[in-house]
Design a protein around this ligand. Structure first.
Ligand code: SAH
Length: 485
């Protein structure tokens, strides 16, 4: 056999069914059938402004219920070819091959395109899996090869697109003439539309403020498509790229610049546009990185340049993320910004451990803390909460684990209190450890943990699943050995 394929077979495959968008507004679509298939087509077509006629002599209850709740012409008679008069599309959904074939033959002889449910050989057209953001429609077709595949693709596209996209597109139509009149063809117009669909206008539509959207669109038009910058402080989640929010994903895809912390993995940053500028802001212990003041200045500068910036922070941006300082700098400079929450490390670690952070009758409050406020003589205020039964999540606590344990013991927490530790929570190579407060200091001397570490302390930890975790205490010997050297 010849291993080299002839050139013909590598040319792109041809579509046997070509997608077109058919004008159906006010026109008649007929569905013939009594049961579920007819109902499915009725539901699909009712997403359009076509007039619907349903022919069903013995309709099933669900179809009757649907018909009575919707504005359709319901013909409760045996099918007759005259029922197809004036239709632009016909669906044969009788469930019986001979009946479907007859309906299709009648439609064809009247010059009407027909579709017979689940009988591709009888179909003049196929219905797509549909993402509906009217007036925007995305139709997915597989020529009948894989309805499940089409639905999977549909679900992914649906997630990517803002629910308010349709309203935004409608607003866009209202500005089309003005944009064509006022902006020269080419770059300026393109820039206007890009800003329109991603910037303040889109944001105002998304939050339901149509009048602000109109104001922003008019301002954008006056400025010839030039926009003010906007900074989104976005939570990237704990590391796994499918633990970011849909909103974060959308903003990443729209950003001109992504400014990210060192803890945010490449896979998450890669969700952004490929041509977006990426700036590592550092902030990893022991590595050279920008100072907080430099980061604040950078964000202000990018905002002044009119950039759409995603400031990507691990976990949630408002939890030990120094977002407070960045927001203050942006506010002071008059630059618009928003905050998008993310899954914080404590939640990811708890999920990995199947650990209830609140537990009925055991723990009804929770503390997010960092050991780094331990300096000085006074007991930290959260130590009292721990003693009172709160679940404590310690961020950045590995290198000061002994201090944390000592302070909690001093406050009166029992050395037997359960402790869970997760390195690289949510990621494939995560490591889980369990033990007691007495074991916690050992964490400080482990050189095998190089990733971020979350420590959770409290009685609720006892409710976790320890099947996949190692005892913390097991490492004590290693510590002593290392010290002896
Ligand atoms: N804003 C982040 C926290 C930043 S502080 C959030 O909400 O999660 C950095 C600390 O977060 C790390 O020292 C570690 O304690 C914790 N952390 C972040 N990602 C983590 C992960 N995947 N696993 C365990 N701990 C993590």
């Amino acid at each position: 056999m010849n291993a080299i394929l002839p050139a013909k077979s590598v040319s792109p495959a041809k579509l046997n069914a070509f997608p077109v968008f058919m004008r159906v507004e006010g026109r008649l679509v007929v569905i013939v059938g009594n049961g579920e298939e007819a109902l499915a087509k009725a539901r699909l077509m009712s997403q359009s402004s076509a007039r619907l006629r349903i022919i069903a002599e013995e309709p099933e209850a669900a179809l009757v219920a649907w018909v009575s709740a919707n504005d359709v012409d319901f013909v409760r008679q045996a099918y007759d070819p005259a029922h197809l008069d004036g239709a632009v599309l016909v669906f044969a959904a009788t469930g019986e091959e001979v009946h479907d074939a007859r309906v299709v033959a009648d439609a064809r002889s009247a010059g009407i395109a027909a579709n017979a449910v689940d009988r591709p050989e009888l179909c003049d057209f196929f219905t797509p899996a549909l993402v509906n953001r009217a007036p925007v429609a995305i139709a997915i077709g597989t020529e009948g090869a894989g309805p499940v595949l089409a639905q999977m693709i549909r679900a992914r596209i649906d997630q990517m697109l803002s629910p308010s996209l349709g309203r935004l597109a409608t607003l866009a139509s209202a500005y089309r003439d003005a944009a064509e009149r006022l902006l020269p063809r080419g770059n300026a117009r393109r820039q206007f539309w890009k800003a329109f669909f991603t910037g303040e206008v889109a944001h105002s539509v998304a939050v339901g403020d149509e009048s602000q959207a109109g104001l922003s669109a008019s301002a954008l038009l006056r400025n010839g498509g030039r926009t003010a910058g906007h900074i989104s402080l976005v939570g990237a989640g704990p590391g796994s790229e499918d633990l970011i929010t849909l909103r974060a994903h959308r903003l990443l895809m729209e950003a001109d610049v992504i400014v990210h912390d060192a803890l945010v993995p490449e896979a998450v940053i890669a969700l952004g546009r490929r041509d977006a500028e990426r700036i590592a802001a550092g902030k990893r212990k022991g590595c050279h990185s920008k100072s907080q003041a430099e980061i604040n200045d950078l964000l202000v500068e990018l905002g002044r340049e009119g950039k759409r910036v995603v400031r990507l922070k691990s976990g949630d941006p408002l939890v030990f993320g120094r977002a407070g300082e960045e927001m203050a700098a942006l506010r002071a400079a008059g630059i618009s910004y928003e905050v998008v929450p993310g899954v914080t490390a404590a939640f990811a670690a708890a999920a990995d451990f199947e650990l209830p952070l609140t537990l009925r009758g055991v723990a009804s409050s929770m503390v997010f803390t960092t050991g780094h406020d331990l300096r000085g003589n006074s007991l930290p205020d959260w130590a009292k909460l721990a003693v009172a039964g709160a679940t404590v999540a310690v961020y950045m606590g590995r290198s000061i684990a002994a201090d944390v344990a000592a302070r909690l013991a001093e406050a009166g927490l029992s050395p037997d209190t359960a402790v869970a530790v997760v390195e690289n929570a949510s990621l494939g190579h995560r490591k889980l450890f369990h033990g007691t407060l007495a074991d916690l200091p050992s964490l400080e001397h482990r050189s095998d943990l190089t990733g971020p570490v979350m420590t959770i302390i409290g009685d609720a930890v006892a409710g976790a699943n320890f099947d996949k975790s190692e005892p913390l205490a097991a490492h004590k010997g290693a510590r002593v050995f290392a010290r002896a050297q």
